[in-house]
Design a protein around this ligand. Structure first.
Ligand SMILES: *[C@@H]1O[C@H](CO)[C@@H](O)[C@H](O)[C@H]1NC(C)=O
Length: 466
Protein backbone atom coordinates (compact mmCIF):
# COMPACT_ATOMS: atom_id res chain seq x y z
CA UNK A 1 0.00 0.00 0.00
CA UNK A 2 1.18 3.42 -0.89
CA UNK A 3 2.01 5.79 1.91
CA UNK A 4 -0.01 9.00 1.49
CA UNK A 5 1.23 12.33 2.74
CA UNK A 6 -1.33 14.25 4.78
CA UNK A 7 -2.55 17.10 2.53
CA UNK A 8 -1.09 19.94 4.69
CA UNK A 9 2.35 18.36 4.45
CA UNK A 10 2.01 17.89 0.70
CA UNK A 11 1.12 21.54 0.28
CA UNK A 12 4.16 22.60 2.28
CA UNK A 13 6.46 20.43 0.16
CA UNK A 14 4.98 21.90 -2.98
CA UNK A 15 5.48 25.38 -1.64
CA UNK A 16 9.10 24.62 -0.84
CA UNK A 17 9.62 23.27 -4.31
CA UNK A 18 8.24 26.50 -5.78
CA UNK A 19 10.52 28.62 -3.69
CA UNK A 20 13.51 26.54 -4.75
CA UNK A 21 12.61 26.73 -8.43
CA UNK A 22 12.12 30.46 -8.25
CA UNK A 23 15.47 30.91 -6.52
CA UNK A 24 17.10 28.76 -9.17
CA UNK A 25 15.55 30.93 -11.91
CA UNK A 26 16.79 34.16 -10.30
CA UNK A 27 20.25 32.75 -9.81
CA UNK A 28 20.38 31.64 -13.46
CA UNK A 29 19.23 35.01 -14.78
CA UNK A 30 21.63 36.79 -12.45
CA UNK A 31 24.43 34.49 -13.51
CA UNK A 32 23.76 35.05 -17.20
CA UNK A 33 23.66 38.81 -16.69
CA UNK A 34 26.87 38.68 -14.74
CA UNK A 35 28.49 36.52 -17.44
CA UNK A 36 27.32 39.05 -20.04
CA UNK A 37 28.89 41.90 -18.10
CA UNK A 38 32.10 39.91 -17.70
CA UNK A 39 32.37 39.12 -21.41
CA UNK A 40 34.91 41.42 -23.00
CA UNK A 41 33.44 44.01 -25.36
CA UNK A 42 35.07 42.28 -28.32
CA UNK A 43 33.66 38.82 -27.49
CA UNK A 44 32.07 37.33 -30.61
CA UNK A 45 28.81 36.38 -28.92
CA UNK A 46 28.47 39.79 -27.40
CA UNK A 47 29.21 41.47 -30.74
CA UNK A 48 26.70 39.28 -32.56
CA UNK A 49 23.94 40.02 -30.05
CA UNK A 50 24.74 43.73 -30.13
CA UNK A 51 24.71 43.78 -33.93
CA UNK A 52 21.27 42.18 -34.09
CA UNK A 53 19.79 44.32 -31.33
CA UNK A 54 20.98 47.44 -33.17
CA UNK A 55 19.51 46.14 -36.41
CA UNK A 56 16.14 45.58 -34.79
CA UNK A 57 16.30 49.02 -33.19
CA UNK A 58 17.09 50.62 -36.55
CA UNK A 59 14.24 48.74 -38.23
CA UNK A 60 11.74 49.69 -35.53
CA UNK A 61 12.77 53.21 -34.69
CA UNK A 62 14.17 54.45 -37.97
CA UNK A 63 16.91 57.03 -37.95
CA UNK A 64 17.18 60.03 -35.69
CA UNK A 65 15.59 63.13 -37.16
CA UNK A 66 17.73 65.27 -39.41
CA UNK A 67 15.92 68.49 -38.70
CA UNK A 68 19.17 69.78 -37.29
CA UNK A 69 20.54 70.28 -40.77
CA UNK A 70 19.24 73.82 -41.07
CA UNK A 71 18.45 74.43 -37.40
CA UNK A 72 20.54 76.61 -35.07
CA UNK A 73 23.48 74.61 -33.71
CA UNK A 74 22.89 73.07 -30.30
CA UNK A 75 26.53 73.23 -29.27
CA UNK A 76 28.11 75.90 -31.44
CA UNK A 77 31.67 75.06 -32.37
CA UNK A 78 34.46 76.75 -34.16
CA UNK A 79 36.39 74.37 -36.38
CA UNK A 80 39.51 76.47 -35.92
CA UNK A 81 39.57 76.01 -32.16
CA UNK A 82 37.78 72.75 -31.76
CA UNK A 83 38.92 70.47 -34.58
CA UNK A 84 42.18 68.87 -35.60
CA UNK A 85 42.52 67.24 -38.99
CA UNK A 86 45.02 64.40 -39.20
CA UNK A 87 46.01 63.98 -42.84
CA UNK A 88 47.43 60.58 -43.58
CA UNK A 89 49.86 60.46 -46.49
CA UNK A 90 52.87 58.46 -47.61
CA UNK A 91 56.07 58.79 -49.60
CA UNK A 92 54.25 57.48 -52.66
CA UNK A 93 51.31 59.88 -52.48
CA UNK A 94 52.92 63.01 -51.03
CA UNK A 95 52.28 64.93 -54.26
CA UNK A 96 48.61 65.01 -53.23
CA UNK A 97 49.20 66.93 -50.02
CA UNK A 98 49.82 70.36 -51.53
CA UNK A 99 46.59 69.98 -53.54
CA UNK A 100 44.79 68.93 -50.37
CA UNK A 101 45.63 72.29 -48.83
CA UNK A 102 44.96 74.16 -52.06
CA UNK A 103 41.47 72.72 -52.08
CA UNK A 104 40.65 74.56 -48.84
CA UNK A 105 38.82 77.77 -49.58
CA UNK A 106 39.89 81.21 -48.31
CA UNK A 107 37.04 80.94 -45.84
CA UNK A 108 38.14 77.59 -44.48
CA UNK A 109 37.78 77.51 -40.72
CA UNK A 110 40.02 74.48 -40.32
CA UNK A 111 43.32 75.68 -39.01
CA UNK A 112 45.16 72.90 -37.19
CA UNK A 113 46.55 69.96 -39.09
CA UNK A 114 48.83 67.06 -38.41
CA UNK A 115 50.53 65.36 -41.34
CA UNK A 116 51.46 61.74 -40.77
CA UNK A 117 53.15 59.28 -43.09
CA UNK A 118 55.77 56.60 -43.61
CA UNK A 119 58.64 59.09 -44.05
CA UNK A 120 59.87 62.36 -42.59
CA UNK A 121 59.83 65.49 -44.70
CA UNK A 122 63.21 67.20 -44.91
CA UNK A 123 63.79 70.60 -43.25
CA UNK A 124 62.85 73.45 -45.60
CA UNK A 125 60.77 71.01 -47.60
CA UNK A 126 57.80 70.83 -45.29
CA UNK A 127 54.36 71.65 -46.56
CA UNK A 128 53.18 75.16 -45.88
CA UNK A 129 49.62 76.32 -45.27
CA UNK A 130 48.82 79.95 -44.49
CA UNK A 131 52.36 80.50 -43.32
CA UNK A 132 52.37 77.42 -41.05
CA UNK A 133 55.12 74.90 -41.68
CA UNK A 134 53.66 71.42 -41.62
CA UNK A 135 56.22 68.63 -41.42
CA UNK A 136 55.28 65.04 -42.27
CA UNK A 137 55.71 62.94 -39.12
CA UNK A 138 56.93 59.42 -39.64
CA UNK A 139 54.43 57.55 -37.49
CA UNK A 140 55.40 54.18 -38.97
CA UNK A 141 58.75 54.61 -37.31
CA UNK A 142 56.96 55.41 -34.05
CA UNK A 143 54.90 52.25 -34.28
CA UNK A 144 57.93 50.11 -35.07
CA UNK A 145 59.85 51.64 -32.18
CA UNK A 146 57.30 50.27 -29.70
CA UNK A 147 58.72 47.82 -27.19
CA UNK A 148 56.04 45.24 -28.02
CA UNK A 149 57.42 45.03 -31.56
CA UNK A 150 61.12 44.95 -30.65
CA UNK A 151 61.43 41.24 -31.47
CA UNK A 152 59.86 41.64 -34.93
CA UNK A 153 62.89 42.96 -36.80
CA UNK A 154 62.62 40.26 -39.46
CA UNK A 155 58.93 40.75 -40.18
CA UNK A 156 58.40 41.39 -43.93
CA UNK A 157 56.66 44.69 -43.25
CA UNK A 158 59.49 45.92 -41.08
CA UNK A 159 61.95 45.02 -43.80
CA UNK A 160 59.85 46.81 -46.41
CA UNK A 161 59.79 49.91 -44.27
CA UNK A 162 63.56 49.77 -43.76
CA UNK A 163 64.18 49.33 -47.48
CA UNK A 164 62.02 52.35 -48.20
CA UNK A 165 63.79 54.45 -45.56
CA UNK A 166 67.20 53.42 -46.89
CA UNK A 167 66.21 54.27 -50.47
CA UNK A 168 64.92 57.70 -49.42
CA UNK A 169 68.10 58.39 -47.46
CA UNK A 170 70.28 57.38 -50.38
CA UNK A 171 68.52 60.01 -52.47
CA UNK A 172 67.38 57.53 -55.12
CA UNK A 173 63.96 59.00 -55.87
CA UNK A 174 62.94 56.56 -58.55
CA UNK A 175 63.68 53.51 -56.44
CA UNK A 176 62.00 55.07 -53.40
CA UNK A 177 58.83 55.72 -55.36
CA UNK A 178 58.88 52.20 -56.70
CA UNK A 179 59.13 50.79 -53.19
CA UNK A 180 56.49 53.21 -51.90
CA UNK A 181 54.10 52.18 -54.66
CA UNK A 182 54.50 48.48 -53.94
CA UNK A 183 54.47 48.51 -50.14
CA UNK A 184 52.88 51.85 -49.25
CA UNK A 185 49.44 50.38 -48.62
CA UNK A 186 50.87 47.74 -46.29
CA UNK A 187 52.64 50.38 -44.23
CA UNK A 188 49.42 52.35 -44.02
CA UNK A 189 48.03 50.02 -41.34
CA UNK A 190 50.95 50.97 -39.10
CA UNK A 191 50.03 54.64 -39.04
CA UNK A 192 46.65 54.78 -37.33
CA UNK A 193 47.32 54.23 -33.65
CA UNK A 194 50.59 56.17 -33.51
CA UNK A 195 48.96 59.02 -35.42
CA UNK A 196 46.27 59.27 -32.76
CA UNK A 197 48.85 59.18 -29.97
CA UNK A 198 50.82 61.99 -31.59
CA UNK A 199 47.67 64.01 -32.26
CA UNK A 200 46.52 63.77 -28.67
CA UNK A 201 49.97 64.61 -27.33
CA UNK A 202 50.15 67.75 -29.46
CA UNK A 203 46.52 68.88 -29.31
CA UNK A 204 45.06 67.47 -26.10
CA UNK A 205 42.39 70.20 -25.83
CA UNK A 206 40.71 69.57 -29.20
CA UNK A 207 37.07 68.52 -29.14
CA UNK A 208 37.15 66.66 -32.44
CA UNK A 209 39.84 64.60 -34.14
CA UNK A 210 39.21 64.00 -37.83
CA UNK A 211 41.34 61.41 -39.54
CA UNK A 212 41.46 61.62 -43.35
CA UNK A 213 43.51 60.35 -46.29
CA UNK A 214 45.34 62.67 -48.65
CA UNK A 215 42.59 61.98 -51.22
CA UNK A 216 39.68 62.77 -48.89
CA UNK A 217 37.75 66.03 -49.22
CA UNK A 218 35.75 67.45 -46.29
CA UNK A 219 32.66 69.55 -46.96
CA UNK A 220 33.12 72.00 -44.12
CA UNK A 221 29.63 73.54 -43.85
CA UNK A 222 28.13 70.04 -43.51
CA UNK A 223 30.84 68.93 -41.12
CA UNK A 224 30.48 71.97 -38.91
CA UNK A 225 26.71 71.80 -38.71
CA UNK A 226 26.88 68.09 -37.89
CA UNK A 227 29.48 68.41 -35.15
CA UNK A 228 27.67 71.35 -33.59
CA UNK A 229 24.84 68.97 -32.70
CA UNK A 230 27.05 66.58 -30.77
CA UNK A 231 28.69 66.59 -27.36
CA UNK A 232 32.42 65.93 -27.58
CA UNK A 233 32.28 64.68 -23.99
CA UNK A 234 30.34 61.69 -25.27
CA UNK A 235 32.52 58.86 -26.65
CA UNK A 236 31.83 59.21 -30.39
CA UNK A 237 33.35 57.13 -33.14
CA UNK A 238 31.83 58.20 -36.45
CA UNK A 239 32.28 57.30 -40.11
CA UNK A 240 31.19 55.27 -43.10
CA UNK A 241 30.47 51.74 -41.88
CA UNK A 242 31.97 48.67 -43.55
CA UNK A 243 32.76 45.16 -42.35
CA UNK A 244 30.96 42.23 -40.77
CA UNK A 245 29.32 42.13 -37.34
CA UNK A 246 32.54 41.05 -35.65
CA UNK A 247 34.27 44.29 -36.54
CA UNK A 248 32.06 47.03 -37.89
CA UNK A 249 34.51 49.76 -38.78
CA UNK A 250 34.60 53.24 -40.26
CA UNK A 251 36.19 53.30 -43.71
CA UNK A 252 39.35 55.40 -43.45
CA UNK A 253 39.09 57.15 -46.82
CA UNK A 254 35.61 58.49 -46.07
CA UNK A 255 36.98 60.26 -42.95
CA UNK A 256 36.85 59.03 -39.35
CA UNK A 257 35.75 61.32 -36.53
CA UNK A 258 36.62 60.74 -32.88
CA UNK A 259 35.44 62.89 -30.00
CA UNK A 260 37.70 64.16 -27.26
CA UNK A 261 36.15 61.68 -24.84
CA UNK A 262 36.96 58.73 -27.09
CA UNK A 263 40.57 59.84 -27.47
CA UNK A 264 41.08 60.46 -23.77
CA UNK A 265 39.43 57.21 -22.86
CA UNK A 266 41.63 55.22 -25.24
CA UNK A 267 44.96 56.93 -24.74
CA UNK A 268 44.90 57.80 -21.05
CA UNK A 269 42.76 55.09 -19.51
CA UNK A 270 43.40 52.06 -21.70
CA UNK A 271 47.14 51.81 -22.18
CA UNK A 272 47.12 47.98 -22.35
CA UNK A 273 44.59 48.17 -25.21
CA UNK A 274 46.85 50.61 -27.04
CA UNK A 275 49.85 48.31 -26.58
CA UNK A 276 47.85 45.40 -27.87
CA UNK A 277 46.90 47.44 -30.95
CA UNK A 278 50.57 48.20 -31.60
CA UNK A 279 51.42 44.55 -31.29
CA UNK A 280 48.70 43.57 -33.79
CA UNK A 281 49.58 46.22 -36.31
CA UNK A 282 51.98 43.99 -38.28
CA UNK A 283 49.39 41.31 -38.93
CA UNK A 284 46.37 43.54 -39.63
CA UNK A 285 45.86 44.40 -43.31
CA UNK A 286 43.65 47.42 -42.64
CA UNK A 287 44.45 50.14 -40.17
CA UNK A 288 40.89 51.40 -40.09
CA UNK A 289 39.69 47.98 -38.97
CA UNK A 290 42.43 47.78 -36.35
CA UNK A 291 41.23 51.12 -35.00
CA UNK A 292 37.67 49.78 -34.69
CA UNK A 293 38.84 46.60 -32.93
CA UNK A 294 40.87 48.73 -30.56
CA UNK A 295 38.04 51.11 -29.75
CA UNK A 296 35.61 48.24 -29.27
CA UNK A 297 37.89 46.89 -26.54
CA UNK A 298 37.39 50.15 -24.69
CA UNK A 299 33.63 49.87 -25.09
CA UNK A 300 33.36 52.44 -27.91
CA UNK A 301 31.48 51.29 -31.01
CA UNK A 302 31.00 52.96 -34.36
CA UNK A 303 27.78 54.99 -34.23
CA UNK A 304 26.18 53.68 -37.39
CA UNK A 305 23.24 56.05 -37.25
CA UNK A 306 25.37 58.62 -39.07
CA UNK A 307 27.17 56.42 -41.57
CA UNK A 308 25.22 57.72 -44.53
CA UNK A 309 26.68 61.21 -44.10
CA UNK A 310 30.07 60.01 -45.33
CA UNK A 311 30.88 59.16 -48.94
CA UNK A 312 33.67 56.84 -49.97
CA UNK A 313 33.57 58.03 -53.58
CA UNK A 314 34.31 61.06 -55.72
CA UNK A 315 31.58 63.69 -56.17
CA UNK A 316 30.64 62.28 -59.57
CA UNK A 317 30.49 58.68 -58.39
CA UNK A 318 28.94 59.23 -54.96
CA UNK A 319 25.92 56.97 -54.77
CA UNK A 320 22.74 58.90 -54.07
CA UNK A 321 20.49 56.29 -52.44
CA UNK A 322 16.88 56.43 -51.39
CA UNK A 323 17.77 56.42 -47.69
CA UNK A 324 19.91 59.55 -47.90
CA UNK A 325 18.35 61.81 -50.54
CA UNK A 326 17.77 64.68 -48.16
CA UNK A 327 20.62 63.93 -45.74
CA UNK A 328 23.74 66.06 -45.58
CA UNK A 329 26.97 64.74 -47.06
CA UNK A 330 30.25 65.68 -45.44
CA UNK A 331 33.06 63.90 -47.26
CA UNK A 332 34.32 62.60 -50.58
CA UNK A 333 37.07 60.10 -51.26
CA UNK A 334 39.29 58.81 -54.11
CA UNK A 335 40.29 62.24 -55.36
CA UNK A 336 43.55 60.67 -56.48
CA UNK A 337 44.83 63.36 -58.78
CA UNK A 338 45.80 66.77 -57.42
CA UNK A 339 43.78 68.30 -60.26
CA UNK A 340 40.59 66.57 -59.15
CA UNK A 341 41.17 67.62 -55.54
CA UNK A 342 41.67 71.28 -56.42
CA UNK A 343 38.65 71.21 -58.75
CA UNK A 344 36.49 69.80 -55.96
CA UNK A 345 37.67 72.59 -53.67
CA UNK A 346 36.67 75.18 -56.31
CA UNK A 347 33.26 73.60 -56.66
CA UNK A 348 32.53 74.07 -52.97
CA UNK A 349 34.48 77.22 -52.17
CA UNK A 350 31.45 79.52 -51.87
CA UNK A 351 29.10 77.08 -50.21
CA UNK A 352 28.03 78.24 -46.77
CA UNK A 353 25.16 75.89 -45.96
CA UNK A 354 25.26 72.13 -45.42
CA UNK A 355 25.26 70.21 -48.68
CA UNK A 356 22.66 67.47 -49.14
CA UNK A 357 23.22 64.38 -51.26
CA UNK A 358 20.58 65.53 -53.70
CA UNK A 359 22.46 68.84 -54.04
CA UNK A 360 25.31 67.04 -55.78
CA UNK A 361 23.50 67.82 -59.04
CA UNK A 362 23.58 71.54 -58.57
CA UNK A 363 27.28 71.49 -57.88
CA UNK A 364 27.84 70.47 -61.47
CA UNK A 365 25.67 73.30 -62.65
CA UNK A 366 23.60 70.75 -64.43
CA UNK A 367 19.87 71.03 -63.86
CA UNK A 368 18.60 67.82 -62.36
CA UNK A 369 17.31 66.05 -65.46
CA UNK A 370 14.07 64.69 -63.99
CA UNK A 371 12.89 68.17 -63.09
CA UNK A 372 12.41 69.13 -66.74
CA UNK A 373 9.19 67.17 -66.92
CA UNK A 374 10.05 65.28 -70.09
CA UNK A 375 11.37 61.75 -70.06
CA UNK A 376 15.09 62.22 -70.49
CA UNK A 377 17.60 59.79 -71.85
CA UNK A 378 21.12 61.01 -71.71
CA UNK A 379 23.41 60.05 -74.57
CA UNK A 380 27.03 59.05 -73.96
CA UNK A 381 26.60 59.23 -70.23
CA UNK A 382 26.40 56.82 -67.32
CA UNK A 383 24.39 57.54 -64.15
CA UNK A 384 24.90 54.07 -62.67
CA UNK A 385 28.59 53.72 -61.96
CA UNK A 386 31.94 52.99 -63.41
CA UNK A 387 31.27 52.69 -67.12
CA UNK A 388 34.75 51.63 -68.18
CA UNK A 389 34.71 48.04 -67.16
CA UNK A 390 31.13 47.00 -67.77
CA UNK A 391 31.81 45.03 -64.61
CA UNK A 392 28.44 43.69 -63.50
CA UNK A 393 29.62 42.89 -59.96
CA UNK A 394 29.36 46.54 -58.90
CA UNK A 395 25.61 46.80 -59.53
CA UNK A 396 22.69 44.83 -58.27
CA UNK A 397 21.04 43.81 -61.51
CA UNK A 398 22.27 43.28 -65.07
CA UNK A 399 20.33 42.03 -68.08
CA UNK A 400 21.89 41.07 -71.38
CA UNK A 401 20.30 41.04 -74.81
CA UNK A 402 18.20 44.13 -74.12
CA UNK A 403 17.79 45.61 -77.59
CA UNK A 404 17.18 49.31 -76.93
CA UNK A 405 17.70 51.95 -74.28
CA UNK A 406 13.92 52.37 -74.05
CA UNK A 407 13.53 48.76 -73.16
CA UNK A 408 16.13 49.16 -70.41
CA UNK A 409 14.27 52.21 -69.08
CA UNK A 410 11.06 50.14 -68.96
CA UNK A 411 12.79 47.35 -67.07
CA UNK A 412 13.92 49.92 -64.55
CA UNK A 413 10.35 51.04 -63.94
CA UNK A 414 8.99 47.54 -63.59
CA UNK A 415 11.74 46.73 -61.09
CA UNK A 416 11.21 49.98 -59.27
CA UNK A 417 12.41 48.70 -55.90
CA UNK A 418 15.91 47.89 -57.11
CA UNK A 419 16.17 50.61 -59.74
CA UNK A 420 16.89 54.27 -59.28
CA UNK A 421 19.07 54.68 -62.38
CA UNK A 422 19.70 52.62 -65.50
CA UNK A 423 22.41 52.51 -68.16
CA UNK A 424 22.22 50.71 -71.47
CA UNK A 425 25.17 49.88 -73.66
CA UNK A 426 25.36 48.07 -77.01
CA UNK A 427 28.76 46.88 -75.85
CA UNK A 428 29.06 43.86 -73.54
CA UNK A 429 26.12 42.12 -75.28
CA UNK A 430 23.41 44.80 -75.14
CA UNK A 431 23.83 45.25 -71.46
CA UNK A 432 21.18 46.89 -69.29
CA UNK A 433 22.46 47.74 -65.82
CA UNK A 434 20.24 49.10 -63.10
CA UNK A 435 21.24 50.30 -59.66
CA UNK A 436 19.40 51.17 -56.45
CA UNK A 437 21.34 54.46 -56.45
CA UNK A 438 22.08 57.18 -58.97
CA UNK A 439 25.23 59.17 -59.58
CA UNK A 440 25.87 62.49 -61.28
CA UNK A 441 28.01 60.28 -63.44
CA UNK A 442 30.55 60.36 -66.18
CA UNK A 443 30.75 60.67 -69.89
CA UNK A 444 30.72 57.18 -71.39
CA UNK A 445 30.88 56.50 -75.08
CA UNK A 446 27.87 54.72 -76.60
CA UNK A 447 26.15 54.42 -73.23
CA UNK A 448 22.65 55.79 -72.73
CA UNK A 449 21.39 56.42 -69.25
CA UNK A 450 18.43 57.71 -67.26
CA UNK A 451 16.43 57.47 -64.05
CA UNK A 452 13.39 55.90 -62.54
CA UNK A 453 11.79 59.34 -62.68
CA UNK A 454 8.56 58.79 -60.75
CA UNK A 455 10.56 57.33 -57.87
CA UNK A 456 13.19 60.05 -57.90
CA UNK A 457 10.56 62.81 -57.96
CA UNK A 458 8.70 61.24 -55.09
CA UNK A 459 11.85 60.93 -52.98
CA UNK A 460 12.81 64.49 -53.72
CA UNK A 461 9.43 65.72 -52.48
CA UNK A 462 10.40 64.55 -49.00
CA UNK A 463 13.22 67.09 -48.90
CA UNK A 464 10.95 70.12 -49.16
CA UNK A 465 10.10 70.45 -45.46
CA UNK A 466 13.63 71.77 -44.98
C1 LIG B 1 63.25 55.39 -36.25
O1 LIG B 1 64.00 56.57 -36.41
C2 LIG B 1 65.19 56.63 -35.64
C3 LIG B 1 65.80 57.99 -35.83
O2 LIG B 1 65.86 58.34 -37.18
C4 LIG B 1 66.13 55.49 -36.03
O3 LIG B 1 67.31 55.52 -35.26
C5 LIG B 1 65.40 54.17 -35.85
O4 LIG B 1 66.20 53.11 -36.31
C6 LIG B 1 64.07 54.17 -36.59
N1 LIG B 1 63.35 52.97 -36.25
C7 LIG B 1 63.05 52.03 -37.12
C8 LIG B 1 62.26 50.87 -36.60
O5 LIG B 1 63.37 52.07 -38.29
Amino acid sequence: MLFRLPSFLWRRTRHRLHVRLRTLLYVTIGGLLFAWLCLPYDNTIRLAIRFNVKRIQAALGGRPSENWVFAPPRRPINLREDALVIVKTGYGTQQRVQAWFESLSDKSELHDFLLVGDYTSQPHKHFVYRGQELPVHDVVNQTLSQKVLSNQQMHPRVIKYQELTAAIESGDKEHSLELAKSSGWELDALKFISALELAYAKFPYKKWFILVDDDTYLIQPSLKQFLSQLDAEHPYYLGNVVGSFSARFAHGGSAIILSHKTMRNLLLKNQPVVSRAHSETLSEPWGDRLLARTLIRTGVFLDERWSHLFSGETPRLSKIRADRFCSPILSFHSLHSPKEMVATGKLYQDVKKPVLWIDLWEMFRAPAPWRSGVQTVRQNWDHVGDPETGDPSTVSTVWYGVKTADECAKKCKTHSKVCMAWAWSPKFGNQCRVSPWMTVGHEAEHVQSGFNEPRVKKLEMNCFPY
